[in-house]
Ligand binder design. Structure first.
Ligand SMILES: [Fe+2]
Length: 541
């Protein structure tokens, strides 16, 4: 009877796995150990067409010299590379040798610099003879995102500064040597978006924005829109358009279609109030509500006045896709009723680690994935309509799509979901959402914390979801991360490669094709080209 009883007790575990206890959640905010030299694991079910490196970085060292960062986002960056080819996955992990990190290592502790939040204990004040030491310190902790640039990459955060990144050695080799300056005679560049957008219809023209501060009284704030070519390794940027702004704004992301740049105007960089004069400046003190609707800049007629679309106020971090249809612009965007860069569980480590605080969903501070229609023509011209795409009460972010569908009508968004069990922030899933049919497909295990899912298209395929979805995933019960590869169509697991270490929170990943796959893409099997030809008639109007 005892044995039968024990078996009966185990049955729920066998059927459902471990219950959601948030086991190992704290590892997402725990510093990594030593660098991981290139380590290869046979992965027999890896599709033979995959040949390249998936790179994803994030903060991975959260304290130094007796000081700890209050915010996860201030952590020193580390890069993870997953090479996939010929039936194996090779993992390498190295620190990002930024000036920010090297200066702290030399100092032996967290040094000067403008942080999202402060440190515990707080750093001493800047020296009397160097009162703005934070503003002069290296601030290039660019682990957020990357874009290709020639045979290397640019790594980015929300700053005008872009760093060169070697895809072979994973080394940072300083600031990208643009030949021009973003500063102008009467304006100074203040920040940048971590998400330049590939101009739809082009293979390598990226659009980027830079909010500009007026430094003379007879001028005013604006945003400059510029382009750069990512294929040639060009050092020149091209000014595309400028748009007046009510203040010095801040954008983590924005939308681009073949004809328009779409700017939800909702956040500005303020002076930080009196507190910024009495203590070291913190980024969180400077974000201010500055809702001014959604601004649309016409790329085909840049002298035309900016069109403003008014709607209910929202804030945003990420945009899944922006495209045009017969009556206007469609934008699928993660909205937030409050300033997303705030002292909350997503940013503040103490709240991230406190189950009571992170699970609290009372109040209205809850994000929603929405589809906006900006009506440029038709009966509703000049108005905005929107609908919710996400499950009420759950949180989604890190939206990715098949890159070939950037800027055109599409069906599939891949994303991270929190509160998957409708109870726990740490109940995470990877979600494939079909916004055409309204269906959702999940990949989920209790106490398992996946990073942003990246879709890699199979060259030559004409189906939007024909490919694989990859991401690092932390198994909280084992205390170890793995590299997960899913079938893009079925969401069945192709492989889960154990890495032997934990990977903390990560940001945005990017796949860089190499070898045969890169050759296939450059010789005419570019999935973007194939898909555009296959879908133009069906999708574009
Ligand atoms: Fe981002």
């Amino acid at each position: 009877m005892l044995r039968l009883g024990a078996v009966a007790c185990l049955l729920p575990l066998l059927v459902l796995g471990e219950p959601q206890t948030d086991a190992g959640w704290g590892l997402l905010a725990k510093s990594c150990g030593a660098e991981v030299p290139r380590t290869c694991t046979p992965t027999k079910d890896l599709p033979s067409w995959v040949d390249g490196s998936f790179i994803i970085a994030g903060p991975a060292k959260f304290e130094m010299g007796g000081l700890a960062f209050k915010s996860l986002f201030d952590g020193y960056g580390r890069t993870n590379r997953f090479e996939m080819r010929k039936g194996e996955v090779c993992y390498t992990s190295v620190w990002l040798n930024t000036s920010y990190y090297l200066a702290a290592e030399k100092l032996g502790k967290i040094g000067p610099g403008v942080l999202f939040e402060g440190t515990i204990p707080e750093r001493p004040a800047c020296p009397l003879l160097d009162p703005i030491c934070d503003l002069q310190a290296p601030m290039d902790n660019n682990w957020v995102n990357s874009v290709p640039m020639g045979n290397e990459a640019l790594i980015l955060t929300d700053a005008p500064l872009m760093l060169r990144f070697n895809l072979e050695t994973l080394a940072v080799s300083g600031e990208y040597p643009w030949e021009d300056s973003l500063d102008e005679k009467y304006h100074k560049a203040t920040s940048g978006s971590a998400h330049p957008v590939l101009l739809p219809g082009t293979k390598s023209t990226y659009i980027e924005i830079v909010p500009m501060l007026s430094i003379v009284p007879w001028s005013s704030a604006k945003v400059n829109i510029y382009s750069f070519d990512s294929k040639s390794g060009s050092k020149k940027r091209t000014h595309v358009a400028s748009a007046p702004m009510p203040s010095v704004m801040y954008w983590h992301s924005f939308g681009v279609t073949a004809n328009h740049v779409v700017l939800p105007v909702n956040l500005k960089m303020g002076l930080g109030g009196i507190s910024s004069l009495t203590h070291r400046p913190h980024m969180l003190d400077h974000f201010e509500d500055s809702w001014d609707g959604i601004h649309v800049v016409d790329l085909k007629n840049t002298s035309a006045p900016v069109q403003k679309f008014d709607t209910d106020k929202f804030f945003h971090v990420h945009i899944a896709n922006t495209f045009e249809n017969a009556t206007g612009i469609v934008m699928d965007i993660g909205t937030d009723p409050a300033i997303p860069f705030r002292d909350g569980p997503a940013l503040t480590t103490a709240k991230f680690l406190n189950k009571t605080l992170r699970d609290d969903r009372t109040g209205s501070l809850f994000p929603q994935l929405r589809r906006y229609h900006l009506h440029l023509a038709g009966a509703q011209k000049g108005s905005v309509t929107y609908e919710a795409l996400s499950v009420p009460g759950r949180m989604t972010d890190f939206f990715k799509i098949n890159p070939a569908f950037n800027g055109i009508k599409y069906c599939f968004i891949y994303m991270s979901e929190w509160f998957h069990d409708d109870k726990a922030y740490a109940s995470m899933a990877i979600l494939k959402q079909d916004v055409c049919k309204g269906t959702k497909t999940y990949y989920h295990s209790n106490n398992t914390y996946p990073g942003e899912p990246t879709f890699i298209a199979k060259p030559g395929s004409t189906e939007e979801d024909d490919g694989i979805v990859v991401f690092p995933s932390l198994d909280g019960d084992k205390g170890e991360s793995s590299y997960v590869i899913l079938d893009g169509k079925t969401f069945n697991e192709i492989a889960s490669v154990p890495l032997g270490v934990h990977i903390p929170f990560t940001a945005h990943g990017l796949f860089f094709p190499t070898g045969e796959m890169a050759s296939a893409l450059s010789s005419g099997s570019d999935p973007a080209e194939v898909l555009r030809k296959a879908t133009d008639a069906a999708y574009l109007v």
